[in-house]
Design a protein around this ligand. Structure first.
Ligand code: SAH
Length: 468
């Protein structure tokens, strides 16, 4: 960035412009929006300039610029439609100590004038350092359409109303109020003019005061397996509006990126067997923030209702008398199945799907091994990496076929996804050899579909680890 954008206070300051033609007119239309004292030097001024002089909006001196004309000027514009004359004027103005802009001459200018979207007091300045004036114009047109034309009026009235808004608690309540005013209530009332806008402001303030007195709430939101595009629209909205986001360590950074900038992010750090915050501490944090009036998003990997301790947390929130709701997400087993191109159920193969955990609070989890060992069984085994040897042993003991396929999908839906194929008989050995570091789901009874396996070889690493 060679040119640093700033807003210069021109109230009562002297601005000098040399020139009386098209270039001068274009700049004057902008400068006359300010509260500067404008002086124009022009031997042959355009009609408009004469009119502005007659209206007292600028001082017109009917001669070319001379030494000393730009003394005490905050800004000087050379707009003579004549390169040589501009260069002469710029040199004179610099000698007078003024900052110089030469119209259409980036290299000869000390400062440049951006494209402006004017909703005074809201001003948007767009600059491309001369690289792409077309782009600047396109952005300007876009913003002109997007910003309500009465935004300036809204901002002026809003500014005067600020002291009354202090009745709302600092932070989110006030931000929400202003956002409603500028983007909904304000523009709607604006056609009715100043009185209507003021009325709308008062009504809005009453509504927000009532809302601020209301307690916070908790949303248990599924973040899906990691790919941000697998978030539901409700999850997206929840992330957009949350005050506090308490997330699992497994929630991918790409998804946390989407959180509202002002939101407080808290990592609840529960993962595998590692050191973790206790469940009681998590429950307490959720309740405390909701009680303080915050919109809390309890963000969980996958679906919050699958191995997510949802039940415990709902109970804690209910006990505290706080409102809650659940936004489901795509669970890891679904993402893993998609990754290997398989269906989790299939007519004639399995009419039942089991979601199983490899370990629970007491260690390796006991399951209905008889059912799992039956031919044709399909199960998504979560948290199964460390339990692989135990799982393998139990299943074989209960009569499962050692040739049963198992697809292990690590980091399903993420760019670093890896697929390891195995047979039950060698599951533990294969898993150990693959040394997976990320979260992985074991799909018992499924192997990657052939075509899918071929595709996966191209964009993910697939490891064929089947022993004879
Ligand atoms: N509620 C989550 C599961 C949480 S338990 C869900 O519905 O997906 C944590 C386990 O989920 C991990 O040990 C792993 O088995 C699985 N998991 C989560 N994200 C995964 C991913 N992107 N790829 C593979 N497995 C994942």
């Amino acid at each position: 960035m060679r040119h640093f954008p700033i807003f210069v206070d021109l109230a009562g300051r002297r601005v000098v412009l040399a020139g009386g033609g098209e270039a001068a007119l274009a700049k004057l239309r902008l400068i006359l929006k300010t509260e500067a004292h404008v002086t124009v030097f022009a031997a042959e001024p355009a009609r408009e300039i004469e009119d502005w002089a007659a209206e007292g909006r600028l001082r017109l001196v009917r001669r070319r610029q001379e030494p000393g004309d730009a003394l005490c000027a905050a800004l000087f514009y050379a707009g003579n439609d004549d390169e040589a004359e501009d260069a002469r004027g710029a040199a004179l103005a610099r000698a007078d100590g003024a900052r110089v802009n030469m119209v259409d001459n980036l290299g000869g200018s000390d400062f440049i004038t951006p494209a402006i979207v004017d909703r005074d007091p809201v001003t948007v300045a767009i600059g491309t350092e001369g690289a792409a004036p077309v782009l600047a114009r396109a952005i300007k047109t876009d913003l002109e359409e997007r910003l309500p034309s009465r935004l300036g009026l809204l901002a002026r009235i809003g500014k005067a109303f600020r002291p009354e808004v202090e009745a709302l608690p600092f932070g989110r309540a006030r931000r929400d109020f202003w956002s409603d005013y500028y983007f909904t209530a304000g523009p709607e009332a604006a056609t009715g003019g100043e009185t209507a806008i003021k009325g709308a402001l008062s009504a809005l303030l009453s509504r927000h005061k009532a809302r601020a007195a209301a307690p916070g709430r908790v949303e248990f939101v599924g973040a899906g397996p990691g790919d941000p595009e697998l978030l539901t629209m409700k999850a997206r909205r929840a992330l957009d509006t949350a005050d506090v986001i308490i997330h699992d360590r497994l929630v991918s950074p790409d998804i946390l990126e989407l959180a509202r900038r002002e939101a407080l992010l808290i990592s609840a750090g529960k993962e595998g067997f590692g050191p973790s915050v206790t469940q009681a501490e998590i429950d307490a944090a959720i309740v405390a923030h909701a009680r303080a009036g915050s919109r809390v998003v309890r963000l969980k990997a996958g679906d919050p209702a699958v191995f997510g301790r949802l039940e415990e947390e709902i109970l804690a929130v209910e006990k505290a008398g706080v409102d809650w709701s659940v936004v489901p997400g795509i669970t890891a087993a679904s993402a893993a199945a998609a990754q290997i191109g398989q269906s989790l159920t299939a007519r004639g193969r399995n009419s039942e799907l089991r979601l199983v955990t490899g370990h629970d609070m007491d260690g390796f989890a006991e399951n209905d091994w008889h059912a799992l060992a039956r031919p044709g069984t399909v199960a998504g085994i979560y948290m199964g990496k460390r339990a692989a040897r135990f799982l393998q042993g139990r299943l074989l003991m209960h009569g499962a076929d050692p040739a049963t396929p198992v697809a292990i999908v690590e980091n399903a839906s993420r760019p670093e996804c890896r697929i390891v194929t195995a047979r039950l008989g060698t599951l533990a050995a294969n898993l150990e050899a693959a040394s997976l570091a990320g979260p992985a789901v074991l799909l018992l009874g499924l192997a990657p579909r052939e075509a899918q396996a071929a595709a996966a070889r191209i964009d993910t690493r697939i490891q064929q680890m089947e022993h004879a």
